[in-house]
Design a protein around this ligand. Structure first.
Ligand code: ZN
Length: 363
């Protein structure tokens, strides 16, 4: 006995033996399962489950939080039964949007990120320790308690988001004034549920375009504010035109300006368009520098956001009538209509004078 013990002490087992002994006792715990699968028995499907497990759970949590916020159910209140129904419905909607709507991914990306709170907004779920960044619109952030999440502000409450909502509201109201009296709801926009008077297939496109433009507008507002600040610092009251002109050039701006110059392509009667003469044309930066320099950064950003929204819709219409889901869309459908063998897109409406009032008030 003593001899054997001494032998073992003198000659410890080699590395391979030890590893074999340890590894046999190690394994993986599968998600949602208390059992442990030993290393040597792990199948490929179990390994896949292990890799995606925590992500799937986390994704569902974030998705639930998004649906909650869309429905206006606070996190403190108990889960209402309609939350589960909406969540289920929304998951099916997302599958449809990612697979059945044939449109460039850049138009889908904002919604794709938004549902998991993946837009990099300081103070959101993933950046909860970073203080909320005040919005350049002046109505969000700062020292006071925030009634809204950053997502809620930028994709619903901000004047930038409201400018896009207003375009949709006014177009829908043209056809059925009574049905959408209070305007589209957050549930309809965020969860992509078609409002009365609008078919689901066009709404899929309109909602994704709207959210994408709101994200674009957020950048525009920041850029316009920065530009104004720099101008204020460098020129200090001097003539500011040359700088403005430089900042407004670039392929995207040219595309938008060209778009507004091509009025002939609109479905509305040309004389009607000329009569209403939407202010968005005059606030288009490259068309009239005099207007440009007096417009506030918020007005500029709103005009560009609305232009971006319609540019996206026109780009979709240019792809032609989609094969599936558009049978019920007729020539009088709001925003996107099928006229003969063509998919037609409506024209922008004038941005209301709330913007100009704000400009007069000044900082
Ligand atoms: Zn804002």
């Amino acid at each position: 006995m003593e001899d054997r013990m001494q032998q073992q002490l003198q000659a410890p087992p080699d590395c391979t033996t030890v590893m074999a002994m340890i590894v046999r006792r190690l394994g993986w715990r599968l998600p949602g399962d208390s059992g442990i699968v030993p290393f040597y028995h792990l199948t490929v499907s179990q390994a896949t489950q292990l890799q995606g497990g925590s992500t799937t759970e986390e994704r569902l949590e974030l998705l639930t939080a998004f649906v909650r916020e869309a429905l206006g159910v606070s996190t403190d209140s108990p889960t209402p039964p309609y939350l589960a129904t909406n969540l289920q419905h929304f998951q099916a909607t997302l599958t449809r949007l990612w697979t059945a709507v044939h449109w460039e991914n850049k138009n889908k990306e904002t919604l794709w990120r938004l549902v998991v709170d993946g837009i990099p907004l300081p103070g959101n779920t993933h950046l909860s320790r970073v203080p909320i960044k005040p919005c350049e619109c002046g109505s969000y952030g700062g020292d006071t308690d925030q009634p809204y999440s950053p997502r809620m502000h930028h994709f619903w409450e901000c004047p930038i988001a409201k400018a896009v909502r207003e375009q949709i509201d006014r177009h829908l109201r043209l056809l059925s004034p009574a049905t959408i009296e209070g305007g589209i709801t957050r549930q309809q926009l965020w969860l992509v549920q078609a409002p009365t008077g609008c078919e689901q297939a066009p709404w899929d496109v309109i909602a994704m375009a709207a959210l994408s433009s709101m994200e674009y507008g957020r950048y525009c507002l920041r850029a316009a504010t920065r530009e104004q600040r720099q101008q204020g610092a460098s020129t200090h009251g001097r003539q500011q035109q040359p700088q403005t002109r430089t900042a407004e050039q670039g392929p995207r701006q040219r595309a938008i300006t060209d778009f507004f110059n091509r009025l002939g392509g609109f479905t509305q009667e040309e004389d009607e368009a000329a009569n209403t003469h939407p202010s968005i044309y005059t606030t288009q930066p490259t068309l009239d520098n005099a207007v440009q320099t007096t417009a506030s950064p918020l007005d500029q950003a709103q005009a560009r956001t609305v232009a971006d929204f319609w540019t996206r819709l026109h780009s979709f219409a240019a792809l032609g009538i989609p094969k599936y889901g558009w049978d019920r869309v007729g020539p009088h459908h709001p925003i996107l209509a099928i006229v003969g063998a063509q998919l037609r897109c409506d024209s922008p409406m004038e941005i209301t004078d709330r913007g100009s009032e704000r400009a007069e008030q000044g900082p």
